[in-house]
Write a protein that binds this ligand. Structure first.
Ligand SMILES: [Zn+2]
Length: 227
């Protein structure tokens, strides 16, 4: 049995959850986890139905994109995932989805502002749109790097879908659900044609401070552990 078994199990379990809940369709989307203390990730294979694969089919890939374990090619978005882990030391899990309501904003190129306390506390002050790059391209990975410094946990990818980050897989999945909730309500609110109220700036900065504190603690924890 692989020493990365528990990572593979979690990646597969949550990928199936994404499909079941309709956050991705067919073989779309991809899920990964950082292997703590090693510059490696566990990631879903490309173009495979999550219910048609087994735990041992989850790939282990190092930061130089070498596949170390797995039976199929890793996700075409592996470079994108690795760049996020390199640039955001607070992140331990990533879920790339094609979730429907967030995808509306990927088409109209409109960021989602801070509208709800619990969303801001978990995701950050904005959900920005990352400029388009072909799926799996180096350009898309580069476009994402440029946005990561805003310390937010969700991004909309233009004409594509969404990118959700978390300190754990549970956190990343919760952010997928929060993103879909805010995208859905914002979309319906826009359709009423009525003015939309946003959270006051002071509240937003207070909530973000709490988020940054958690991120800093996680980065410090890894540093202390020599990771
Ligand atoms: Zn995609």
């Amino acid at each position: 049995m692989s020493k990365y078994q528990s990572y593979k199990e979690t990646v597969l379990e949550y990928s199936r959850l994404l499909s079941q809940k309709g956050y991705t369709v067919g073989t779309g989307g991809n899920t990964s986890m950082l292997i703590e203390g090693e510059n490696k990730i566990a990631i879903t294979p490309t173009s495979m139905d999550y219910f048609g694969i087994h735990v041992e089919d989850i790939c282990i890939v190092d930061f130089d994109l070498n596949m170390l374990e797995g039976n199929y090619k890793p996700s075409i978005e592996t470079e994108m995932h690795i760049e996020v882990y390199k640039h955001r030391r607070d992140v331990n899990a990533i879920m790339h989805t094609h979730q429907v309501y967030a995808s509306i904003f990927a088409l109209i190129n409109e960021p989602i502002p801070a509208l709800f306390d619990e969303v801001t506390f978990n995701i950050g002050h904005t959900i920005d749109v990352i400029p388009y790059g072909l799926s799996g391209s180096h350009l898309l990975a580069q476009n994402i790097i440029h946005q990561l410094s805003n310390r937010c946990n969700c991004y909309i990818i233009q004409n594509h879908g969404a990118l959700n980050l978390g300190m754990s897989m549970e956190n990343a999945f919760r952010n997928v659900e929060l993103l879909e909730k805010i995208a859905r309500t914002y979309y319906y609110a826009m359709n009423t044609g009525r003015p939309i109220t946003k959270l006051p700036d002071t509240i937003v900065s207070g909530l973000c401070e709490k988020l940054y504190e958690k991120q800093d603690q996680e980065i410090a924890r890894k540093k202390e552990a020599g990771r």
